[in-house]
Design a protein around this ligand. Structure first.
Ligand code: PMP
Length: 396
């Protein structure tokens, strides 16, 4: 084993017994380049992050410029920092009027945590409703929202008063009551293997939350930033949440998350107690500069409008008797096979042949595809050709 692999296993804490162990020395566009110079097509955007591909020139330039101008200056929210203000302003421009105030954090799970605190603080209530098989992050508040005890039991005690409903269950909406601080849902459920909402479910969910005064939180940490074919997935359902969560694709490869709400809701975090939610690095200027460049690129080009066409191309290229179902929300895709073993065999084959695909946390019978939105038709054809061969090979 090479020294670098040995050191990786010895000194880097692992949370998986079988890490992919790709030895990446460079990344560019849709390609990851390993130490031997082999190019791998990144069909998962590591994971759901690199919407503009790796090292997009506009993002790299913004990062370099900001890093040379100033990096950390002060904890979040005390100074007027151009990249933060410009990013919050541009986000507000592309969001409904009631999503006008952004709190920047460093990651998706921090966005979840911040939103939960905000909902408690604003409503004075302590009950949360989440969906079964949802994923909102790995810190303790977020883990409390998970439904499957496999993931929660070893970490108890977690937050009390979290209740679960089935995604798309109309009947379950009656569980939302006057004690409920917030209902949190992924607009498109990601880790359960890409499940889209019924439009009517989201509308009735919105109505029920409004009726009982509970806040509605949409987690678009995975589904946001163009991946589903609109800048934000909820735009397709004509329903506006009280709080929106973003991360992953937001930073164009830099770490950043955000929870976004109306100013009058958000300002409760600045009173009783003051400094009710604080972060040292949240909204780091370099991350904000990268996110600003990413958002500018996404909203000034036709990349997002190409999403559906590219997704359809993938669907027409992936036709095989072993595929039970293909679910997608734009370029957030799940290809369902009949077994975990088959999924693993295809992933392994693809990795050997230079195509990186993956599976899902709560659905190990589906292949995960979430390529950078910049992927070309030619690159899609090459990647799908390899996946098809993987499927054929796994037949034998
Ligand atoms: N919510 C959703 C829907 C996610 O997909 C993820 C990450 N997979 C998170 C929250 C957590 O984000 P992070 O890993 O940045 O904490």
């Amino acid at each position: 084993m090479s020294q670098i692999r040995a050191n990786f296993l010895k000194h880097m804490a692992q949370t998986s017994p079988f890490p992919l162990m790709l030895d990446i020395v460079k990344a560019e566009g849709v390609y990851l380049i390993d130490r031997n110079g082999k190019k791998h097509i990144d069909m998962i955007s590591g994971i759901g992050v690199s919407a503009l591909g790796h090292c997009h020139p506009r993002v790299v330039e913004a990062v370099q410029k900001q890093a040379a101008t100033y990096m950390h200056t002060m904890v979040y929210g005390e100074y007027l920092l151009g990249p933060q203000i410009e990013l919050a302003t541009l986000l507000a421009k592309h969001l409904p009027d009631t999503l006008n105030s952004t709190y920047f954090v460093n990651s998706g799970t921090e966005a979840t945590e911040g939103a939960m605190k905000l909902a408690k603080r604003f409503t004075g209530r302590g009950k949360f409703i989440a969906c079964k098989n949802a994923y909102h992050g790995s810190t303790q508040g977020s883990v409390s929202l998970m439904s499957d005890p496999t993931w929660t039991a070893p970490f108890r005690p977690l937050l009390p008063n979290v209740h679960h409903i089935d995604f798309n269950c109309e009947y379950c909406l009656r569980k939302i009551d006057e004690d409920t601080a917030a209902v949190i849902v992924e607009t498109v459920q990601g880790e359960w293997g890409v499940r889209k909402p019924n439009p009517i479910f989201l509308k009735n969910l919105r109505a029920r939350c409004t009726e009982v005064g509970a806040l509605l939180i949409f987690d678009e940490i995975q589904a946001g930033m163009g991946r589903t074919g609109t800048l934000f997935a909820f735009e397709q359902y004509d329903v506006v949440p009280d709080i929106l969560l973003l991360a992953k694709g937001l930073g164009g490869g830099m770490p950043i998350g955000a929870f976004i709400s109306d100013h009058k809701i958000m300002q409760t975090l600045s009173e009783d107690p003051i400094l009710g939610h604080i972060t040292t690095f949240g909204g780091h200027p370099v991350s904000c500069a990268a996110a600003l460049a990413t958002l500018q690129e996404l909203t000034s080009t036709d990349l997002i409008s190409q999403v559906e066409r590219k997704a359809n191309l993938i669907k027409t290229l992936l036709v095989h008797s072993s595929i039970l179902d293909v679910r997608n929300a734009g370029l957030m895709m799940a290809v369902e096979l009949e077994s975990f073993e088959r999924v693993q065999a295809v992933i392994k084959y693809c990795l050997e042949k230079g195509v990186v695909i993956d599976w899902f946390l709560f659905n190990d019978r589906s292949l995960r595809l979430a390529p950078p939105l910049v992927i070309s038709e030619e690159e899609i054809r090459v990647a799908c050709g390899v996946i098809m061969k993987g499927l054929e090979k796994s037949d034998s």
